[in-house]
Every structure is written in C-alpha cells, then in structure tokens.
Design a binder for this molecule. Structure first.
Ligand SMILES: [Zn+2]
Length: 119
C-alpha cells in the first residue's frame, strides 16, 4: 500500500496540469488577431469587423495564404515543407497557429491596442 501513494500523487499532479492547460488554452476574450512574422506584427485585425478575405504573407520567397471567413481565421495554404500550420485549422483558442519554417504566427492579441487606436 505504501508504494502506491507516490503514483497517485504523480497522477493527481498530471490531472491538475491537464486541467490547467485546458484553462489557459480557452479562447481569449478578444476578437483582435495578430499576424506576426519574426516578431513584427504585419496585420492586426478585429475578426468581429473584418470581412471575408485572403491575406498572403511572403517569407524568403515562400507564400503563406491566410483566409478569413465568417469572422474566423486559418491558414488556407502554405508553401512550407510540413504544412503543420494548415493542419492546425481555425484559430479558436489561445494556442497560436504557427508556421515554423516561414516564421509566421497567427494569434489572438493580448492587448486591445486596436480599439485604443480606433477610439
Ligand atoms: Zn507552415
């Protein structure tokens, strides 16, 4: 019996960790999305107000095609080797869509800078 306790403890810690990360990965309370390349914000959009459109971003001759449709955003196509970013689907949580080969990140903004600038 004594030897079981450490495993239960590890299990409990793991469960807490999973619950914690699920909390963190919920969609942030914002509609502001940033398209970031190499740390530079190329586009900052309010999904609630942005019309359906296609945004192309180039990195080193390779094109990432980002689609905004029905107030959602995803990577439609990418000229990258792994296509992981395309497979990530629609952005709907705090977990960003990342294209590592093309240094591109699509993420919800943690600031309301767009609103501040507009108002
Ligand atoms: Zn990619």
């Amino acid at each position: 019996m004594r030897k079981i306790w450490p495993f239960m403890l590890v299990g409990a810690v793991l469960l807490l960790g999973i619950a914690g990360s699920a909390l963190v990965l919920q969609r942030p309370d914002t509609n502001i999305v940033e398209i970031v390349q190499d740390g530079n914000v190329l586009h900052r959009l309010n999904l609630a107000e942005t019309e359906d459109q296609i945004i192309e971003v180039e990195y080193d001759g390779r094109i990432n095609t980002i689609e905004i449709s029905d107030h959602r955003i995803h990577m439609l196509e990418a000229e990258c080797p792994d296509k992981t970013c395309v497979g990530m689907g629609w952005l709907d949580s705090a977990a960003p869509i990342v294209c590592l080969p093309n240094h591109l990140v699509i993420q919800f903004s943690d600031s309301d800078a767009l609103d501040a600038a507009a108002g």
